[in-house]
Design a protein around this ligand. Structure first.
Ligand SMILES: C[S@@+](CC[C@H](N)C(=O)[O-])C[C@H]1O[C@@H](n2cnc3c(N)ncnc32)[C@H](O)[C@@H]1O
Length: 265
């Protein structure tokens, strides 16, 4: 017999990237019906969420330069779980997609479920979704890989230079302390050197920023990889690297597929 779920609940929703433009009807409906809404988004997006529910609390105040972000993320989960345990219908409204490059929304759902509360996530429009639209990229054409920039530097990853490479959180690339809001040119230069193992220094990469306001254009700056260390970037900049190589055929598999096709004839 299924155990009866406890009274409190949590739904993590996405507000999308652009104010008023991207939120899905189901995400909006969860926000409107919640007892309490926790937000983590641009201040203008947080103000807009306040028009949908009278009890909105920002989680952004938990961030501080010099504070380990793992503590911040843990505090976000605790703030939401306190209200879930108090029997409230809780919503965590995170900008973009709540499950994309975001630890707390996944964690709070995992913990709430483990304690017997109803918990789920609703998808939102992420920075990645927007960049495909603004840069005119179809990730299905040659494939697309996503990495968090620091993780990409800390671990030996196998990337495919015949597919797109999307690097997130480039402003804090190489930050081992997990406390800083930006690293700096020397750190970015190290990332350039690492990328140069796959891409020539003249290879053009895009610095992309999706606008918060629909009336603003996206930032799409194409620069040679070698100029990245000196480039103007912020916490919202994402790097998009187009493929540098052609896809190589897997002749062995193609031959085996032909053999299978022959059997069907
Ligand atoms: C913690 S992740 C959050 C991503 C978010 N959950 C989403 O769905 O896109 C933060 C990173 O997302 C990317 N990002 C955030 N805002 C962006 C924007 N307006 N334009 C482009 N990329 C953005 C940047 O790479 C940034 O460092």
């Amino acid at each position: 017999m299924k155990e009866v779920e406890k009274v409190g609940s949590i739904v993590c929703v996405g507000t999308g990237m652009t104010l008023g433009a991207h939120i899905t009807p189901i995400c909006r409906s969860h926000i409107e019906q919640a007892d309490v809404v926790f937000t983590s988004a641009h201040p203008m997006i947080e103000q807009w969420v306040q028009t949908m529910n009278a009890n909105v609390r920002t989680l952004q105040r938990l961030y501080a330069e010099g504070k380990d972000r793992r503590i911040t993320y843990r505090e976000m989960v605790d703030a939401m779980m306190t209200e879930v345990r108090a029997g409230k219908k809780v919503v965590g409204a995170f900008y973009g997609h709540p499950g994309v490059f975001a630890w707390s929304p996944h964690k709070v759902i995992e913990e709430a479920r483990a304690e017997g509360y109803s918990a789920h996530m609703e998808a939102g429009v992420s920075a990645e979704d927007c960049l495909y639209a603004h840069l005119g990229i179809d990730p299905g054409r040659v494939g697309s890989q996503n990495f968090e920039a620091s993780q990409f530097m800390f671990y030996q990853r196998n990337i495919d230079p015949s597919a797109y490479l999307i690097l997130w959180q480039i402003a804090i690339a190489g930050d081992k302390s997990i406390k800083r809001f930006s690293t700096g040119k020397a750190y970015r230069q190290l990332l350039v050197e690492l990328l140069n193992e796959y891409y020539p220094l003249e290879h053009k990469v895009a610095l992309y920023e999706c606008p918060t306001l629909a009336v603003e254009p996206p930032r799409i700056d194409w620069i040679p990889l070698k100029d990245f260390a000196e480039a103007d970037i912020s916490l919202i900049t994402t790097m998009v690297i187009p493929p540098v190589k052609k896809m190589l055929k897997n002749q062995q598999i193609l031959d085996r597929l032909s053999a299978l096709d022959k059997k069907l004839q």
